[in-house]
Design a protein. Structure first.
Length: 185
């Protein structure tokens, strides 16, 4: 049995405890192993979301935050790949079980929105201006960059909608980002 198979055979709580330990991160050595561990753990969190007590969520959020950070630190996942997985996990949790929306890394739409905004590093207007006419002037690398931003924007816009539905003031961000999204390749 490989180390990853061993991890995945554990119950969710035990796996989350191990994912907080740096020694565990060194034993996950390929992209496929990180994707399997993060994906299966995320699936288990979503599946068991309603079974978790509110007090447990900060523990699970911390475990996943540590694991995503370790995957990036190892160089096996890019920051964008980890961010997209994290945003999609948060979104899936909030959509699957609206009652669990709360104030931690995975369950607070504001933390996902802030992480996405940090990655995008443009205002909606700046990004709209930069991507204007991309069909005629962009080389392949610039198109990939814009597409990468679009992949991050999709779950961010969904999190903005959830935040707004929860009564969290998002100002005009939802409208502004929704306006830019279809302009990207």
């Amino acid at each position: 049995m490989t180390y990853v198979e061993y991890l995945l055979s554990m119950d969710l709580r035990s796996r989350a405890e191990i994912l907080q330990q740096p020694s565990a991160h060194r034993r996950i050595t390929t992209v496929h192993e990180w994707v399997a561990v993060l994906g299966k753990t995320a699936d288990a969190l979503i599946e068991q979301a309603s079974d978790r007590a509110p007090s447990e969520w900060s523990f699970y959020s911390q475990s996943m935050e540590t694991a995503f950070g370790a995957a990036v630190e190892s160089g096996l996942l890019s920051g964008r790949e980890a961010l997209i997985r994290r945003l999609n996990l948060s979104l899936a949790l909030m959509v699957h079980e609206a009652s669990i929306i709360g104030g931690d890394y995975l369950r607070d739409p504001r933390t996902g929105i802030a992480a996405a905004r940090f990655y995008i590093d443009y205002s909606p207007e700046e990004l709209a201006e930069k991507c204007q006419g991309w069909e005629e002037r962009c080389d392949l690398e610039e198109m990939k960059k814009f597409h990468g931003l679009k992949v991050v924007l999709k779950p961010m816009i969904a999190l903005l909608k959830i935040a707004q539905a929860q009564g969290i003031d998002v100002g005009n961000s939802l409208r502004r980002w929704s306006h830019v999204y279809p302009r990207l390749p």
